[in-house]
Structures are given as C-alpha cells and as structure tokens.
Design a protein around this ligand. Structure first.
Ligand SMILES: Cc1cc2nc3c(=O)[nH]c(=O)nc-3n(C[C@H](O)[C@H](O)[C@H](O)COP(=O)(O)OP(=O)(O)OC[C@H]3O[C@@H](n4cnc5c(N)ncnc54)[C@H](O)[C@@H]3O)c2cc1C
Length: 334
C-alpha cells in the first residue's frame, strides 16, 4: 500500500462508500474512525436499509429518486446480500384514500388486489384489499453491508484504523474526506440532527420477503425483514436533537404498525430499541463542500444507504482530478 493520498474520517456508510469508490479507482486511501468497533456510535448502524427511491418520491424531492436509482446496482456489486424483491405499501381499508394519494405522488409501481398481495406475501393472505408494489426497489441489512464494505476494503489493503479521533484540519495526507456525520457540525454549522427511532423484533410465526410500508398520518412506518425471523420496524422522524432512548410513545406507534400488519407481531420478542440523529442539511439533501484540501461529504438524512453511492462517486470524481494534478505537479506550471 502506498502512503495514503486520501484520508477518510468516519467509517459510517458515507466514509466506507467513499473509501470503496476511491480504492476501486486506484487511489491510495485510509479510513480513520473514532469508535473502537465498526458501527459503534454511527447513525448508519441504526438504519433500516431500504433502497426505495420511488417510494421516497412521496415525501422528497425528485432528485432523490434520480440519484438513488443507480445505488441499487452499486450495492448489488459491493454487497451480495442486497435483496431485490421490491417493496410493498399498504394501508388499513379505512385509510384507502391515503394509498391513492401515495400512488399519485410516486412512480414505478403496480396496484395489487388481495390475491396479488397474498401471491407475494403468503402470510398476509386475507388481511389487506389493496397495495402498491414497487418491483424495482431493494433492501439490505445495513450492519452486514457495512461489514462487507469494510472487508472489501481490507481485501484491497485499505487500512481502517479504529479508536482514532481526528479533525479534518490535522489529518496528515494530501486530501481529506470528512465523513463524520453529525460530528462534522463543528465545520458545517448548518448541519442538524433529525431524530430517528426504531425497534427490532424476532418472531418465527411470520415471514416476509420484502419491506412493507404502512401509511400513517405522522410517521412513515416500515417493516424490513432481516432473515431468521428478525424484523426492523422504523422509523420516527422528529425535529429534535435529543440523544435519549426511544420514547414510550414512539415504541407504541412503531409496534402498533407491526401489529396492524399482522397480529403475530404481538407475540414477537423485542430484541433492540435504538435511536440516532440523521445528519441533515436545511434542504434535506446531501452535498459535498470543499474547504482547501478537505472535502466534507455529508447530509445523507434518511437516505444514507440510498445516496451514499452517489456521494462516493462525486467525491471520487472530484478527488481524482485533484490527485492527478498532485501526482504530476509540473502540469500546474506548464
Ligand atoms: C432509525 C433510522 C433509520 C434509518 N433508515 C434508513 C434507511 O432505511 N435507508 C437509508 O438509506 N438511510 C436510513 N437512515 C439514515 C442513515 O442512517 C444516515 O443517513 C446515515 O447513516 C448517515 O451516514 P454517515 O456515514 O454520514 O454518518 P454516520 O453513520 O454517523 O458515520 C459517521 C462516522 O464518523 C465517526 N466519527 C465522528 N467523528 C469522528 C472523528 N472526529 N474522528 C474519527 N471518526 C469520527 C463516527 O464514529 C461514525 O462512525 C436511517 C437513520 C435512522 C436513525
């Protein structure tokens, strides 16, 4: 391994995706992470892992779908555990109008009747009359995906140094990519945290092949199957930077959604309750900002896994031009 040309600070999904993209393009890179272990203290560890660009159209700018669509292939390439079985959107019969409204704000979906729902998800037979199916969407287990990215970097000889708490201004290499998530607020004052809470449960009485969204007036709730009877139920979205455990109210709402989807969730075991703050810019879109030799790559909001591949490509494109110049300094004076 050559002396790193690029130091990446932060081993969340942004940092690991940037390192993967740069290493794949032949740039000598290292990753510095302040936690002792992968995922400790990273917002990425709490994510649902939905790769759902078209569903997201219901509540976000169309650019999220456009930039997020190619990510599904990126994840398939870098994480074989990416599941491409689409996603389902449901609502209890009394809220049928919400489903029609959701359909009008999104694209790339098909309407399903009760038989169509049962054909895709046999355990939901007889429970819902209509659903929207987004066949091109995908999902992944974020923790396994991060482990896979880290292993891929290790296989390429990219060091990930844990327990290193560093500021971009003092990192020693030619270029620095600041992927510290919300911790980068010391240099990005307009970054804010948007609180998200989730619950993980286990039940062997039910199986789902794909994520299911339950339309809800306040929380866009979803249930993501993680295999082996594990389901992640997420996620609240609260304009608050309080770092405390999941509130009773949020837990009730999340668990209620699961119970509405299927009563088998009533007997499920609660395996984990988790909360974190999503790093978010005022327009809720990610961006890359340059400050001398430092690139700040941040603002993934609720689209960490969906938009990290895009962010990584932008960073690699920007740095590749720079590192070429750095390798051949004469060119600057030609
Ligand atoms: C409940 C919940 C559900 C979500 N669901 C989804 C979803 O389904 N799909 C999706 O795409 N997104 C989802 N998100 C959003 C996603 O998790 C975030 O957008 C994403 O994790 C942000 O990644 P990041 O790498 O920027 O930040 P982080 O994951 O927070 O990573 C930052 C890293 O930098 C390290 N660090 C900080 N300071 C320093 C320092 N000084 N030196 C060294 N290292 C440092 C931290 O320890 C951390 O590891 C969800 C978020 C939450 C909370």
């Amino acid at each position: 391994m050559d002396r790193p040309v690029v130091t990446i600070i932060g081993a969340g999904v942004a940092g690991l995706a940037c390192a993967t993209e740069l290493a794949a393009r032949g740039v000598a890179v290292e990753v510095l992470e302040r936690a002792a272990h992968l995922g400790d203290g990273a917002c990425s560890w709490m994510a649902g892992g939905m790769l759902a660009p078209w569903c997201e159209r219901a509540t976000t700018d169309e650019i999220v779908a456009r930039l997020g669509e190619p990510s599904i292939d990126w994840w398939r390439q870098h994480f074989p555990g990416t599941v491409s079985k689409g996603s389902l959107v449901l609502t209890p019969p009394r809220d049928a109008a919400d489903l029609t409204r959701f359909a009008s704000r999104t694209e790339r979906h098909e309407w399903l009747d009760a038989d169509g729902i049962a054909a895709l998800e046999p355990d939901l037979v007889g429970r819902f009359r209509r659903a929207l199916f987004f066949p091109d969407e995908a999902h992944l287990e974020p923790r396994k995906a991060l482990v896979a990215l880290a292993a891929g970097l290790e296989a390429r000889g990219v060091p990930i140094r844990f327990g290193v708490d560093v500021k971009p201004s003092v990192a020693g290499s030619d270029f620095v990519v600041d992927c510290r998530g919300l911790a980068a607020r010391d240099e990005l004052p307009d970054l804010r945290g948007v609180r998200g809470e989730m619950v993980v449960v286990r039940t062997s009485d039910l199986s789902l092949a794909r994520p299911v969204r339950m339309l809800h007036p306040r929380i866009p709730l979803y249930i993501v199957p993680r295999g082996d009877g594990i389901f992640m139920i997420g996620a609240t979205m609260i304009e608050s930077e309080e770092r405390r455990a999941v509130s009773v109210r949020s837990a009730i709402e999340l668990l209620n959604a699961a119970y509405t989807l299927h009563p088998a969730f009533g007997e499920a075991e609660i395996v984990e309750l988790g909360a974190d703050l999503r790093p978010t810019f005022p327009d809720n879109l990610p961006c890359i900002r340059r400050n001398g030799r430092v690139l700040h790559a941040n603002g993934l909001f609720r689209h960490g896994f969906l938009l990290a591949p895009w962010l990584a490509r932008q960073v690699a494109d920007a740095l590749l031009l720079e590192t070429r110049d750095a390798d051949i300094p004469e060119r600057r004076h030609a």
